[in-house]
Design a protein around this ligand. Sequence first.
Ligand SMILES: *Cc1c(COP(=O)(O)O)cnc(C)c1O
Length: 358
Amino acid sequence: MKKHNFYAGPSRLSEYTLKATAEAIGNLAGSGLSIMGISHRSAEFKDVMDSSIEIVKELLQVPEGYSVLFLQGGGSMQFCMAPYNLLDKHATYVNTGIWAENAIKEAKLFGEVEVIASSEDKNFSYIPKNWEKNVNPQTSYVHITTNNTIVGTQYKSDPVVSVPLVSDMSSDLFSRPVDISKYALIYAGAQKNIGPAGVTLVIVKDELLGKVTREIPTMLQYKTHIDKGSMYNTPPTVAVYACLKTLERYRQLGGVEAMHERANIKAQMIYNEIDRNQMFVGTAEVSDRSNMNICFVMSENYKELESTFLEFIAARNILGVKGHRLVGGFRASSYNAQREESVKALVKAMKDFEKRYK
Ligand SMILES: *Cc1c(COP(=O)(O)O)cnc(C)c1O
């Protein structure tokens, strides 16, 4: 039976990715060997890694002077790796929710951290604006989180700052065009929009490295992985392969511009229903609503129907809509691999729930 999968991460992967990865686990490109059981130093895997780096550069139009890395440790490892490599004395962070808070906590281990703007006053329901002019010109970098997976907010334009800009794009990279040249460092755990869990994509501007004087453990230096083409140690070979297939699929469908268009359409269908249906309320400021994670709650008069709604949709094979454990309510995640058919099934379920319970 077909399930409608709205999980926030790890999240749905395309049939193309699953089929191609399953095939390669049996027999990689006719080699007679499994992608799971070959050396990462083999010509076959080297080709997989090279192609993966190339397709990232192609889809995101990564300019000269940047390195593309496939690392491990998740988005969370980058919370410490970024300041380890880039924070000299002072760094600037924008606090837009739990992931940003985790990043801030780690950065404090390495120097002075200034939180220049925060949306904590309203439960992180919006993206703070107009802080750019207050950035200390001496700061090592400004760190933002472009899509806030848990609360469902998203930057709609890149902040303009005169210092290096670092971004956690774990839940929206490849869902829209990004001008990479505006960023010093971008990182993203793969399991939202790039592939399966176990690999983290990093795009880093080479000239910003080597400026801090502290000793950095070998595995935590970006330079180690740049010099070795993400093969300093054993990479998660199967996960990288599945990322390659996912990105190939994005290319087939028209690249990040096409992904952006589809993401807008899918998210808007759900937001339209939230705004029309009096039983539900969106939790994010309308202008900052995420295309990737659509967060909502039962409206005041229907609060006690929250679990009833989850059961109602589960009976229709709609899964993963329960909100993050720290915020409650509902969250429908709609990354690139989300099907329009599933979005329509959710919208229909919301309408039918209204007919039955309102
Ligand atoms: C999921 C997520 C993370 C954490 O990723 P892990 O791979 O679990 O460490 C960090 N930031 C954002 C924005 C996320 O969505």
